[in-house]
Design a protein around this ligand. Structure first.
Ligand code: GAR
Length: 190
């Protein structure tokens, strides 16, 4: 069994789709939800699904052991970032080389980097009058939004789109593709 940890600190709509996708999977199990925000929606989803959660603290994540012992104790072999906004410390990147994937709500390398998350991304894309946006699923390295791209999907921006309507289009793409791409990546690692 491949044990997966989802790192998420937002509403958790992507986490919910991923959990749903792998619910009956014979070899892939969502074993842990890692979150840095008490009260985040994703924690309710984890509780409903009876998936253990780990609430992490900044100091220990960045200057301590990066919670590696906890991940290893649960035999976590792969990490999915689904709305997780902290940079991943190098201890974790090195322990999970090409075993951490992130989803970003834009077409990287545009609109990535520190501070570019959630609505900030969609506001910047609309302000720049882009004709399209989309999603990027990529491996995680030690820089923000930088590792090798695995998959991108595009949506068209209409003249009357707002950051809110663009966010909906991007979320739709995320929900449609992220679980399937995770499964593809994992199937190559067995
Ligand atoms: C998603 O749109 C994801 O792409 C974004 O956070 C949202 C989380 O939504 N991630 C980033 O911006 C990372 N830089 P969710 O909690 O509903 O899944």
């Amino acid at each position: 069994m491949q044990q997966i940890a989802i790192f998420a600190s937002g509403a958790g709509s992507n986490a919910a789709r991923i959990i749903d996708h792998f619910r009956q999977h014979p070899t892939i199990k969502i074993s842990l939800i890692v979150c840095n925000k008490p009260g985040a929606g994703v924690l309710n989803i984890a509780a409903q699904e009876h998936i253990p959660t780990l609430l992490i603290e900044k100091e220990r994540f960045f200057r301590g052991d990066a919670y590696l012992p906890q991940l290893q104790e649960l035999n976590i072999s792969f990490v999915v970032l689904a709305g997780f906004l902290w940079k991943i410390p190098s201890a974790l990147v090195q322990a999970y080389t090409r075993r951490i994937v992130n989803i970003h709500p834009a077409l990287l390398p545009k609109y990535g980097g520190k501070g570019m998350y959630g609505h900030h991304v969609h506001e910047a894309v609309i302000a720049a009058k882009e004709k399209q946006s989309g999603i990027t699923i990529h491996y995680v390295d030690e820089l923000y939004d930088h590792g090798q791209t695995i998959f991108q999907a595009v949506c068209i921006i209409e003249e009357d789109d707002t950051p809110e309507t663009l966010a909906q289009k991007v979320h739709w793409l995320e929900h449609e593709h992220f679980p399937r791409i995770i499964e593809e990546v994992l199937s190559k690692k067995r």
